[in-house]
Write a protein of this length. Structure first.
Lengths: 151, 151
DNA sequence: GCGATTCAGTTGCGTTTTGCAACCATAGGC
DNA sequence: GCCTATGGTTGCAAAACGCAACTGAATCGC
């Protein structure tokens, strides 16, 4: 999907959504963060149709969120691994997950823990350069305009 | 869109994506954060078809991300305003935007500034309870499983 | 070496979602 | 009453999606 209409958009969020903004793409990235690397494992974990998975993996590789790495004896098998850019989506995933947990308390999410200490993670929040916690209304956002014919 | 398949998923990210995980929904929320409230203004700002906009707004209202507020003389006109839950997506939007800015340096995003001080915002990052900055690999993520037949 | 199996796709086809445009319905101006 | 603006709804074509069946290469069993 992703109707590439806003490819040329100057809006950073629009461009981000162009790369990982459809349902499956972020779920694939999430699975990759869980350690999934093989085509068939993604397929099983997500219950996604193979053609869609193919398409999404290709798109994620194209956008350098994943890298397709040949593996195995004659390079016949391969894996999809997160690139640094892909790993950097971690913040986004954590933000989404924390949002979900805050507003769907019924969720029995196992929670995320620091590997070293076993402690839960801190909640993400937007803060100013001097450390004050900020709400949307405390921030000046300039549209940067979603359409090309900005005006 | 959003094939409600994973509605019953225990995966927090999946449920979040169910509510705001399609292309337009997050763009609408973003516009709302910019201060857009009226149907026609969303339509103009995004260049979205009216039926889709209708559908997305209704879904966002249903999920309590936006609230439809009657306004004007006889309540004929109305506005869509962010609820607290919607405003709380700010972290997600900022995370996405910062990610995009980091990996698309060509982007001339005007940047986001603290209204009080005029300073740019801090970069979001995931941190442990004792403040160490964490990468994906420093965190224990439990799948919580994307499929219902969890096992 | 030969068939069976696994993995990673691709192809076909029918269903669902999009997106565009054109059409209602109500309110207000004049 | 006629015109415009706002906020939708409807119809239809095109694209995306999901399923299942098929391909093609590599590996396994023997």
């Amino acid at each position: 999907m992703v109707r590439k209409r806003l490819d040329d958009s100057h809006c950073a969020v629009a461009r981000a959504l162009n790369e990982v903004g459809d349902w499956w793409s972020l779920m694939i990235v999430l699975q990759a963060m869980y350690g999934v690397r093989r085509f068939s494992d993604f397929q099983q974990a997500l219950g996604i149709a193979k053609n869609i998975l193919c398409d999404r993996l290709a798109r994620l590789v194209e956008h350098q969120v994943l890298a397709k790495v040949a593996v195995g004896e004659q390079g016949s098998r391969h894996e999809y691994r997160l690139t640094p850019k892909g790993r950097d989506l971690f913040t986004v995933v954590v933000a989404l997950r924390q949002w979900s947990d805050r507003w769907h308390p019924d969720s029995r999410s196992p929670g995320m823990h620091d590997r070293a200490e076993g402690q839960p993670l801190q909640e993400l929040y937007v803060s100013s350069s001097d450390g004050r916690r900020l709400d949307v209304r405390d921030v000046i956002l300039q549209p940067a305009d979603a359409r090309k014919d900005t005006a």
